[in-house]
Design a binder for this molecule. Sequence first.
Ligand code: MD3
Ligand code: FE
Length: 220
Amino acid sequence: MHSDNKLWPESHDLTKESLAEGVMLLRAFCREDAPLIYSAVQKVDSVSPFRQMIVPSGHTMSVAMTNTGTFGWTTDRQGYRYTTVDPATGQPWLQMPEILFSLARRAAEAAHFPHFVPNSCLINRYSTRARLSLHQDKNEEDYTQPIVSVSLGLPATFLLGTLRRSETPRRIRIEHGDVLVWGGPARLIFHGVAPIAAGTHPLTGAFRINLTFRHVAEPH
Ligand code: MD3
Ligand code: FE
């Protein structure tokens, strides 16, 4: 248990807050389900292990990634893309566990996107100092559906930018169990994650885990 508030500050209550047009923050939305969600993450890891991917510049990402669902996001020296097969195993990504699918649907619905059908879930694992620099998510080719982001474990400072890379992003503290829904005008904003501070979380240990649920357009 983490009853000592000096070691683990009290968490947020369940609230719904609009951070910007199209950005809804659902505090503590999945805190109760977190152990089950984390078990599903471990199952995904057993099929397609977390790995640090290489970006086209040749640098290795500090964040380790895996995927579940029909499509998985990957990068290598050739570029960013969605694939149906995990390049590391030659096997399909694990079918999205029902607990993850239903969580994403419920969160989207709470943020007024009632028809969200995720077919891709990218799972990011951050250890101490891992970060994600400011970027846009542009590989899905379907910007009518939202992205649902679920955070577990160590807290993070989320960088909430605008449609312009040059504008200074807002810093939003995201904690275990928080869910963010990004849609409409927010779908193409620049965003990132500041370096994760060292710590230990009762469920995830030394990690922060983020799941992003997406609807990826079928190849045409
Ligand atoms: C806003 N992940 O995987 S989740 C990513 O915490 C990514 O691991 C971060 O950015 C993380 O691409 C942030 C929040 C998020 C995800 C996708 C978005 C915000 C977004 C796409 C468009 C706009
Ligand atoms: Fe992103």
